[in-house]
Design a protein around this ligand. Structure first.
Ligand code: MF3
Ligand code: CO
Ligand code: CO
Length: 278
């Protein structure tokens, strides 16, 4: 566990979500089905978050700290007129999540320096004009082992399998079935307790999208215009996890390496529309 730098500031002209400065968000009571105008706002936020990840991709190298990546992303999101949604979310102290190697999700940027052979997941959410767009990518640092490279590429494909299961009229648990069936081929652990979620005016709307076969649970039927994330986490070992004493960082229980990819999407007549592209 490294040392976390002081909280970065956000200029006054950037509008913060309502939960900033409060212990928790106000529960969302609206719908996960968005209008075309709302979907374009989520896409505009998602484009900034995706652009920030593309910028970090070219900075990630052995010797760079996750704190440095956080500062770069913080400045990028603000320079594009958006608020970095994680900063002040339930007290989370940073503008990105950076989850290295055995960290499943919600790693806090600190003075930890990346080394060749590491993998790092960068999760960024931007809030613009009242709407959030949320995505993450796992990025290889220098050359990584074949097992780890395969895990990263198959986790990317697992997200793709989840996306391909999206269609109006289907239960959301179909998404998890597709992901788990694909991951099972390789004997990977499929994390169950951290899920995709509805996103829009709220960072997490309350709608849950499991990445495993949860039927008959989580049977919400997908509708055209529904917006949510899919964000599978696969491991080279167990799906079980431990929470670090910081209350955020989630590690695999067996310290096995883990990867994740995430997009925000809208359900369309024929499938899906990814809203978090650069
Ligand atoms: N972006 C993460 C997600 O995909 C949530 C991060 S919340 C934080 O849902 F507080 F940990 F940053
Ligand atoms: Co998410
Ligand atoms: Co995310």
């Amino acid at each position: 566990m490294g040392s976390v730098s002081p909280r970065l500031s956000v200029p006054k002209h950037i509008k913060a979500p309502e939960y900033v400065g409060r212990p928790a968000p106000t529960p969302f009571t609206g719908t996960d089905v968005k209008t075309p105008e709302q979907i374009e706002k989520i896409r505009a936020a998602g484009k900034i978050a995706a652009g920030a990840i593309e910028m970090l991709r070219s900075e990630i190298a052995p010797g760079i700290s996750t704190d440095h990546l956080d500062r770069l992303a913080h400045d990028y999101v603000i320079d594009h007129g958006a608020y970095p949604s994680t900063l002040g979310y339930r007290g989370y102290p940073k503008s990105i999540c950076s989850s290295v190697n055995e960290i499943i999700c919600h790693g806090i940027p600190d003075d930890t320096v990346l080394e060749a052979g590491d993998i790092v997941n960068i999760d960024i959410t931007a809030y613009l004009d009242g709407f959030h767009g949320d995505l993450n990518h796992t990025i290889e640092v220098g050359d990584v082992s074949e097992d780890v490279h395969n895990l990263v590429e198959r986790t990317r494909e697992a997200l793709n399998r989840g996306l391909m299961a999206v269609a109006p009229g289907r239960a959301v648990n179909t998404i998890g079935l597709a992901i788990e069936n694909y991951a099972k081929r390789f004997g990977y652990g499929v994390v169950r307790d951290f899920t995709g979620h509805g996103v829009g005016e709220a960072f997490h709307s309350g709608l849950i999208i499991p990445h495993y076969d949860s039927a008959p649970n989580y049977a919400t039927v997908m509708e055209v215009g529904m917006v949510f994330t899919i964000e599978p986490m696969l491991t080279l070992g167990t799906h079980k996890w431990d929470m670090w004493p910081d209350g955020w960082t989630v590690s695999t229980k067996d310290k096995s390496i883990t990867a994740q990819f995430e997009h925000t999407l809208a359900v369309t007549e024929t499938g899906y529309d990814i809203l978090t592209l650069p």
